[in-house]
Design a binder for this molecule. Structure first.
Ligand code: GLN
Length: 273
C-alpha cells in the first residue's frame, strides 16, 4: 500500500496543561517519521482554551495532578476526542495522559476524577514512594504486533508518577516491567492498549527511545478505520542508527545497574550518562 502523498493531522493535546515531561516530542517524532516517508503532516499544538481540532492522531503527555484534572474535564465536556476515536483516530497517552484516557484517576485532593474512558483503566494514588527513575519493560504476548508481524522490542524510558493503575478486562496490557514500577498495581505490568488507543508511563519521549512503537502507531493511523484491532500498515524502514544508539546506551545503563530497586537505579543511570 503506497502511503506517499497521504495527508495526516497529528495533535499534541493541551501542551499548556500537559507539557511538564517533554512528551510533546512524541508529536514531532511522529510527524518527522511520516514526512520522511513522503506523507504530508500538519502537527498542531492544541491548546486547552480552544476547541480540540479534528486529527488522525492525538498525543497526550504527562503533567501535574491539577492541570491533569482540568485536561480531563475539558476533554469530557468538549467531546471531540471520544468522537474522533469512535471514527478511528489513534491516541497515545503518556503518564497523566494515560490516566486521563482511563475511566477514573485521583485529582490533587485525592478525589475521584472521571477520565475520558477510552481505555479500561483505573488509577488511584499509590501508598508508597513516588515512582521515579528509568523504566524498562518487555512487551507481553498481548501487546500489539508490529506491521511486519514481529514483536515490539523492549521498551525504554523514564517514569515519574504517584498514581497506580490497574488494567481492566476491556484492555490489554502492553508490557511486563523489568526495571522500575510501571502501572504499579502489583501485577508487574506496564501500559495498556485497546482498539487504537495506547497508554504508557514511559517518558523519554517514549517514541524517541522506541521508534518501533512510533511506527506501530503511524501504521495504525494509515490503516483503514475498520481494520482489525492492532493491525497497521507496514512502512518503509528508515535509517535509525542514531535512535538505536540512544536506545542501546539507555538499556545498557539500566542493565549495568543490575537488580537494584528503582530508586538506586535512577541515581546509577544519571552517573553512567
Ligand atoms: N500526576 C500524575 C501522577 O503523579 C501523572 C504524573 C506524570 O504525568 N508524570 O501519577
Amino acid at each position: 500500500m503506497s502511503v506517499r502523498g497521504r495527508r495526516l493531522t497529528i495533535a499534541v493535546v493541551y501542551p499548556d496543561l500537559l507539557g511538564t515531561y517533554g512528551d510533546g516530542g512524541n508529536g514531532v517524532i511522529l510527524a518527522r517519521r511520516a514526512a520522511w516517508r513522503g506523507i504530508d503532516v500538519d502537527l498542531v499544538q492544541a491548546l486547552s482554551d480552544r476547541p480540540l481540532p479534528t486529527a488522525d492522531l492525538y498525543s497526550i503527555g504527562g503533567g501535574e495532578d491539577g492541570p491533569q484534572a482540568r485536561a480531563a474535564t475539558t476533554l469530557l465536556e468538549e467531546g471531540t476526542l471520544a468522537a474522533r476515536v469512535a471514527e478511528g483516530a489513534v491516541v497515545l497517552g503518556v503518564c497523566a495522559g494515560f490516566q486521563v484516557i482511563g475511566t477514573t484517576f485521583p485529582d490533587s485532593a485525592d478525589r475521584i476524577q472521571q477520565g475520558v474512558g477510552l481505555l479500561d483503566l483505573t488509577t488511584a494514588k499509590g501508598t508508597g514512594k513516588r515512582a521515579v527513575g528509568e523504566l524498562v519493560a518487555t512487551p507481553t504476548p498481548q501487546a500489539p504486533r508490529m506491521a511486519t508481524g514481529g514483536h515490539l522490542p523492549r521498551l525504554t524510558g523514564f517514569e515519574n508518577h504517584a498514581g497506580v493503575s490497574v488494567v481492566g478486562p476491556g484492555a490489554h496490557t502492553l508490557a511486563r516491567v523489568e526495571r522500575g514500577v510501571g502501572n504499579g498495581g502489583g501485577d508487574g505490568t506496564e501500559g495498556a492498549w485497546s482498539g487504537r488507543v495506547l497508554g504508557t508511563y514511559l517518558h523519554g519521549p517514549v517514541l524517541a527511545r522506541n521508534t518501533a512503537l512510533a511506527d506501530l502507531l503511524l501504521g495504525w493511523v494509515l490503516a483503514p478505520s475498520d481494520a482489525p484491532e492492532g493491525t497497521g500498515v507496514p512502512l518503509e524502514p528508515l535509517d535509525d542508527h542514531e535512535e538505536l544508539a540512544l536506545r542501546a546506551e539507555r538499556l545498557e545503563a539500566v542493565d549495568r545497574a543490575g537488580g537494584r530497586g528503582w530508586r538506586g537505579l535512577g541515581r546509577r543511570v544519571r552517573v553512567a550518562r
